[in-house]
Design a protein around this ligand. Structure first.
Ligand code: NCD
Ligand code: ZN
Ligand code: ZN
Length: 421
């Protein structure tokens, strides 16, 4: 079976080029100015963008345990709808896959249910909250894409240090949700004027920055690849910048919501604006934008965190933390960064495909290359549409962007040459 795609605006070899692409046996077989069909099925891309399948290293698919919020099937279908072909699933499911048996079962489930490449993080410590480490070497052998206690900080420095030593020796990756619980203060919004105006308990920024500063020094000592999840404050960006200058093996991701919104956007008690880390100040947001532009921030990751409607409709105090994000990431970033001249299209595609794949050593993802799996997405950059609740494939429709007008509509997504959206 072969597939010929013509009239593309192809993101290939880090440049936008007009090419034809031939796909054979699920792989990119030829890329040239003109390729003859020779019996292949022909798809006219109509001068739309053909991008490497997008890569998101931070999603929550909720299965097993909380399938009313999302399943691997709905999460992966939503990913394909968002243009993503490879994602990294966080291990805060029930049960947490913190033994060989549970991790194997999780991999099996991902394999069976996912329409795209769903890679799996393993927890750093037992149940994500214990100080006792999970069997890191064994879980690495089984194919963990990295280690993370996402949802929880690792407060115990000794556990973190020992985990880093082990993960470094395996050349794996530690993705950290930096949050010092003792400073988190049972807060629901960022500490500052907006929290005061709303009369809500506030999260101290130091909960993120102080643990990050500690971790960077531990990473320096152990040499581990330390990846900061959902970076959200100006001080955090500055810390990562200094650490990179000092040669520490650190990378970080930012989410579209932290790049586009600040706590000033919270006008009433609408929990679609509640997530962890919280929306920060406008100064923080601008520091993230600068960090994205100067390369301090390595990639965009959505932190796709679907919840059921009832769990998000109880105001800031009682609703769950997290928002759905995988279906809106590309159009939001394209509309607000590329169209406004803050990033080039090439830079955005790099931040959403090649760079995350490179940082996590995902050899078959994030790039259009001959003889590699044909994972790609076709995007109409000109089509304008409104983000609407009824268009989400995810079970989670908890988005603060509903009603926004965006450009950059995903038309089709392919994994190994098969159409998945
Ligand atoms: N981001 C969130 O607000 N919530 C995430 C957990 C996390 O990413 O820390 C979730 O699992 O719901
Ligand atoms: Zn987190
Ligand atoms: Zn998360």
């Amino acid at each position: 079976m072969s597939l010929l795609i013509t009239n593309t605006k192809l993101f290939y070899a880090n440049q936008l080029q007009t090419k034809d692409i031939l796909i054979k046996d699920g792989k990119f077989a030829e890329i040239a100015d003109h390729i003859d069909a020779n019996g292949a099925e022909v798809i006219d891309a109509k001068n739309n963008l053909v991008s490497p399948g997008l890569v998101d290293v931070h999603v929550h698919f909720r299965e097993p345990g909380q399938t009313h919020k999302e399943t691997i099937k709905t999460g992966s279908m939503a990913s394909a709808h968002g243009g993503f072909t490879t994602v990294g699933a966080m291990p805060n499911v029930t049960p947490v896959p913190d033994t060989v048996e549970k991790f194997q079962a999780q991999l099996k489930l991902n394999e069976k249910e996912s329409l795209i490449n769903t890679l799996q993080y393993a927890p750093v410590t037992k149940d994500e909250i214990s100080t006792e480490l999970s069997p890191i070497e064994d879980l690495d052998k089984l194919g963990a894409m990295g280690f993370s206690n996402d949802g929880h900080g690792i407060d115990n420095a000794q556990s973190m240090y020992t985990a880093m030593e082990k993960i470094a020796s395996l050349h794996s990756h530690l993705a950290a949700h930096v949050e010092d619980q003792s400073l988190f203060n049972k807060g629901v919004v960022n500490k500052g004027k907006v929290a005061t105006r709303l009369g809500l308990p506030a999260i101290n920024q130091a909960a993120e920055t102080s643990q990050l500063a500690r971790d960077l020094l531990l990473a320096k000592d152990t040499g581990v690849h330390y990846h900061v999840c959902h970076i959200s404050t100006a001080d955090s960006v500055q810390l990562v910048r200094i650490a990179k200058d000092a040669g520490i093996n650190v990378t970080c991701e930012a989410s579209p919501h932290h790049l586009l919104l600040s706590d000033q956007d919270i006008v009433d008690d609408d929990a679609n604006f509640k997530m962890n880390p919280p929306l920060r100040s406008e100064e923080d947001r601008l520091a993230l934008v600068a960090g994205l532009q100067d390369g301090t921030i390595d990639m965009i990751a959505t932190d796709h965190a679907p919840h059921a409607k009832e769990e998000k409709s109880q105001g800031f105090l009682k609703s769950a933390f997290g928002i759905t994000g995988i279906e809106t990431s590309f159009p939001l970033m394209y509309t607000n960064f590329v169209e406004k001249g803050l990033l080039s299209l090439e830079q955005l595609l790099n931040l959403m495909s090649m760079k995350p794949a490179q940082v996590f050593g995902l050899k078959n993802a994030g790039n259009i290359e001959l003889n590699k799996p044909a994972d790609f997405t076709i995007i109409d950059l000109n089509q304008e549409y409104e983000i609407a609740e009824q268009d989400f494939i995810s079970k989670g429709v908890n988005s603060p962007f509903i009603g926004d007008l965006v450009k950059g509509k995903v038309i089709n997504t392919y994994v190994s040459g098969q159409k998945v959206y």
